[in-house]
Design a protein around this ligand. Structure first.
Ligand code: ASP
Length: 328
């Protein structure tokens, strides 16, 4: 009996110790700053599953905090308790927001502890199924001939699709040819496009691939410098550069962030789990099927990712200024 009591006491002490150790029994919330069912959400849900495995069964929960092109969700994480239990999974919007918003309620480089990069994803120029243009050349002519009558959807002011639309319209000298229609993420924008309520959109392959394949939207071009020769479905679509838009090159990336001040031990644990998750064959297979490329360890270093985001902010600001539009 005495032995049993000693064992029980030891087990309780062990449980108490492990409950104090990160992450203990509390879940880790991955905040996605866009609507459920969109590309960023897709990456987050796949990553949550891979990190559950790489963190010894830790409980990951995805929370969609959409609005204002990802800035509402990012702000929420910037102000969250820095205990490792609230993380932000964001895309290029982390670097585009300082150019698109003159008044941003958080500082992307100062208010977060950086954990690392996740993947890179090309974008596609797509249209509603009934759009009269059948290839990219037709599309540019169609836009010129219907100037003022067309609209282009995006996932919110400051989103990647907004950024892509701005850059593309500036590159084809059609800044005022289309009305932009903001949504709370790609998922609702895609529904409107498939339903024919909006004419066009530029968005990540993570969500457009399936719809293109099923014929629910028309595809015209990819935004990477070169065509996606390795992708079975998208290899035949031209790049915008090939179509004469010199130096057009837009690739979306995703990264993971914690509120500034998160304990270093928790950060180290999450970073190690992230690195392992990015080597998970199921995760890699899913991402590759959607046209995304999972990054290797050297880009999953917090300092390297922070330097990359700083360089992206510097690169995007003048591009956004040249496009001549702010989100606020
Ligand atoms: N793809 C969206 C964007 O344009 C965001 C999303 O819904 O994941 O930023």
């Amino acid at each position: 009996m005495k032995r049993l009591l000693v064992l029980a006491a030891a087990a309780t002490a062990l449980f108490a110790a492990s409950a104090q150790t990160f992450p203990g029994s509390r879940p880790i919330t991955l905040v996605v700053p866009f609507a459920a069912g969109g590309p960023t959400d897709r990456v987050a849900r796949d990553l949550a599953e891979a990190m559950r495995k790489s963190m010894g069964g830790a409980n990951f929960v995805v929370e969609n905090v959409n609005g204002a092109g990802g800035t509402i969700g990012a702000n929420k994480v910037a102000k969250a308790a820095p205990d490792g239990h609230t993380l932000l999974l964001h895309h290029i919007g982390m670097a585009a927001a300082p150019g698109l918003y003159r008044k941003l309620p958080y500082k992307p480089l100062e208010d977060f502890d950086y954990l690392g990069m996740i993947n890179e994803v090309p974008m596609t120029i797509i249209g509603k199924p009934q759009l009269a243009a059948n290839n990219y050349r037709d599309l540019e002519n169609y836009i010129r001939n219907n100037s003022g009558k067309l609209n282009i959807a995006h996932a919110g002011l400051g989103s990647a699709s907004h950024l892509c639309g701005l850059m593309w319209q500036a590159a084809i000298n059609a800044k005022d040819a289309m009305t932009t229609i903001p949504f709370g993420g790609t998922a609702p924008a895609m529904n409107a496009l498939m339903g024919g309520q909006v004419d066009m959109m530029c968005d990540q392959t993570t969500n457009t691939t399936g719809q293109i394949e099923a014929g629910r939207v028309k595809a015209y071009a990819v935004t990477t410098a070169r065509p996606l020769s390795g992708n079975k479905l998208l290899k035949d679509y031209p790049s915008l550069q090939e179509m004469g838009l010199k130096s057009f090159n837009l690739t979306i990336w995703h990264g993971l962030y914690a509120p500034k001040g998160t304990p270093p031990a928790a950060l180290a644990q999450i970073n190690a789990a992230l690195k392992l998750a990015l080597k998970d064959p199921d995760f890699i297979k899913r991402q590759e099927g959607l046209g995304a490329v999972v990054v290797t360890d050297n880009r999953v270093e917090p300092a390297a990712h922070k330097a990359f985001v700083a360089a992206e902010i510097a690169k995007l600001k003048p591009v956004i200024e040249a496009a001549g539009k702010f989100a606020d």
